[in-house]
Design a protein. Sequence first.
Length: 667
Amino acid sequence: MQSTAEIAWLIPLLPLVGAIASGLGLIGFNQAMNRLKKPVAIILLTCVGISTVLSYSVLAEQISAPHTVEHLFVWASAGDFTLPMGYVVDPLGAVMLALVTTVALLVMIYSHGYMSHDKGYVRFFTYLALFSSSMLGLIISPNLLEIYVFWELVGMCSYLLVGFWYDREGAAHAAQKAFVVNRVGDFGLLLGILGLFWASGTFDFNGIAIGLLGAIDAGNVPMWAALLLCFLVFLGPMAKSAQFPLHVWLPDAMEGPTPISALIHAATMVAAGVFLVARLEPLYSHFPLINLLIAIFGTITCFLGASIALTQMDLKKGLAYSTVSQLGYMMLAMGCGAPLAGMFHLVTHAFFKAMLFLGSGSVIHAMEDVVGHEPILAQDMRLMGGLRQKMPITAITFLIGCIAISGIPPLAGFWSKDEILGQAFNTYPILWVIGFLTAGMTAFYMFRLYFLTFEGDFRGNNNDLQKSLLLAAGMEIDEEEPHVSGEIHESSWSMTMPLIVLAVPSVLIGFLGTPWNSGFAKLLNAIEAREMALNFSWGEFLPLAIASVAISIAGISLAIFAYYLKKIDLNVLFAERFPLVNNFLSKKWYLDDINEKIFVKGSRKLAREVLEVDAKVVDGVVNLTGLLTLGSGEGLKYFETGRAQFYALIVFGGVIALVALFGVLGT
């Protein structure tokens, strides 16, 4: 009987076929297709659903007997050069296939309710299917070049989805920002891929590592060049997985519809960078300096994201900076030489972060019935509060997500984050200290989000507060049109069902990664799993685990006293006492302002100067040439008389002039 891995190419192909069919229908029969919402949704859900079933079948085969299935064909050849393409299925790929298809399927079900009244419903589902297909193709790519193809497709889809509401200025700018920032990283990735091929003669992951080391030993490639190539390749994941300083696109990507925020932050775009670093572990394991740089960038990112999240009042942007911070943890694990820990945190984080974002979408969907569709009002936590009574399912699942990401046992986030901190403690103790402090900050800002949103009194009916928020955002206020209408209510089943489903792995999946008997590690690397089990010590595990839980509880306690019991006024204790620090955090470390001044305005100034050069110098030379030609032509036309005697006279005069000239030169 043929194994499912043999037909794994169908997993990305099915959503792609559905997306192409739907897209062609939109191009050729736009109005008719937009009226066929349910049939299109059912077809695309079926395509992704079949891919999900196939993915879990592949995962089951890998669990029963971990192995690698690879099928290649020659895509191009010239002389001794051959370029293979195809697909590969191994334990790491099987885990990612199951993760991406699960989250994508749930997000599409959720989108049926969230986008039901949107005029771009069919287009949104088409983009979702294409996005899922691109990520799935990236996962089963057998070499760096094929990964790069799907890498760019993922970037294109994120551009389309972040800018889905392109008629909104904020969404259009956010899509452009995401596109430009990722082009910076992708340019480095492309240079690195080409350089590694030049050094090793292959695009294969293991072949690159072997070939590069051989070239270094033979003296064909200096060490500095090898380190540079490895770092250039890392620039791609740095941008895709929102690592400092290329993280700036991710919070702005919240301008897109909330379902796509969940998909980007949980299982697709940002996961692609971490996945690629894990794929390149055979290469990076030989270069400790590159691993150290990855760990440093990851540590800065996790602290930066958490510190900025402390001051955010926009619910989605608070979660976005939380994602930035958690991605930093994953890269810290990769840099510590613990890709299994990083990948395990990617898996656990995907489930509870997807649930948190979909929960925020449920809240925003309800708030829009009260304050209108303006994101500044619908997403601002200062207008929320008391939603737990009206939205119990959303509130309970959101609370589960907050506990999980805070690292409280036995929920999923504790096991994965604690494993990363343990690896950091043993490898780079200084970085562990920063990661440890960040864990406390994470617990604080997540429960701050929860209490401001779901507890206390509802503040959405405060018209004065609404007006002040609009004025602060520089928006016009219509005095005749009130911003209050409707009531808060729980979302429909299509939106709450994915929340309930995601809550289950958010609670239980962490048990697959217990350090003394890690099923996750056994699947991905049985040898390392045995070493983990043999070297496990309760004496080492408990102190670090207790410290991690203690600082998380401290962060939660501070949030309870400040935002639930209201016994502490943090504005008085912190914001008013340390205004410079508060402004630094609320202004997002001034990184957006710096980018705006240096890169945006700087590039515009450079463009204007180039335009001046083009207009005055280049166009001037062209225009002068034209004028000279025209003038000389006007003058010479009088010599075209048609008389042979006149032409002979001119020739005779020319000869006399040349004789005189040579005579002068001779003397």
